[in-house]
Design a protein around this ligand. Structure first.
Ligand code: BEZ
Length: 238
């Protein structure tokens, strides 16, 4: 029998290759993460179709899809409901739900059917302390090489913060593009941290003012400016 410990041991972690699977979705079959090579992906799970928090989240995801697209980021959803439930729910959202200024919202990204819970279990989305029969609200951010770069879990009762999801993608892409790290609450245009944690060998030069444009708050904590325009011109699709 799979215990909490053995399940936890098999949960994917940051830095792991995203577990592969093939599945049926509202947009046809997918071969994950293979067919997303070259794109960033947000793979997210939700507890159940036809529930209010999930509906508010799906409408928000769909509204922000063009913003994610600009960041070369594709969206993929999953719940342990079947395909016909998914289709009926998404149709209801489009035809009937008006919420916070959003209406006529069409979810064009794939929603995976996972009645067997095979995919949800592979990704540690079933967390028995929360529910044995529904996926928690998991977010896996996967990079263009298929590596998991961020994992966020929310409980059933809490809708996700989509500004934060955009910020996560921007921060990961900026860290990759400029070889920097991003401080607390960073947004494009804020100062970034140089060098990334663990490579402070060059900090002495910086403390002595030898590195142009770098401000050191102490030997281990140096920052520099990268303008919002420079960040966005590197990470956003033209
Ligand atoms: C909801 O999406 O509203 C929800 C789903 C499962 C449990 C609680 C709330």
């Amino acid at each position: 029998m799979e215990t909490n410990e053995t399940q936890a041991a098999s949960m994917p972690r940051i830095g792991d290759k995203a577990p592969a699977f093939k599945a049926v979705t509202t947009q046809g079959d997918i071969d994950f993460p293979k067919q997303y090579e070259g794109s960033w992906v947000i793979l997210s799970s939700h507890p159940a179709d036809f529930t209010p928090v999930c509906t508010s989240e799906f409408m928000t995801f769909a509204k922000l899809a063009p913003d994610f697209e600009k960041l070369n980021t594709k969206l993929v959803g999953l719940s342990v409901d079947g395909l016909y439930s998914h289709i009926a729910w998404l149709r209801t959202i489009k035809e009937k739900i008006e919420y916070k200024g959003m209406k006529d919202i069409e979810v064009k990204f794939p929603l995976i059917e996972d009645i067997t819970m095979d995919v949800a279990k592979k990704y540690g989305m079933i967390q028995p302390g929360e529910s044995n029969t529904k996926a928690v609200r998991a977010v896996f951010v996967i990079d263009p090489k298929g590596i998991i770069r961020t994992i966020i879990y929310y409980p059933l009762s809490m809708g996700r913060n989509f500004d934060e999801l955009i910020r996560v993608i921007q921060a990961l892409q900026t860290a990759d593009a400029f070889s920097i790290a991003t401080p607390a609450d960073w947004r494009p245009g804020d100062d970034v941290i140089v060098p990334p944690a663990g490579s402070c060998g060059v900090a002495k030069d910086r403390m002595e003012g030898k590195a142009a444009g770098v401000t050191c708050h102490d030997w281990f904590f140096c920052t520099k400016k990268i303008s919002k325009e420079e960040v966005l011109s590197k990470i956003q699709a033209k």
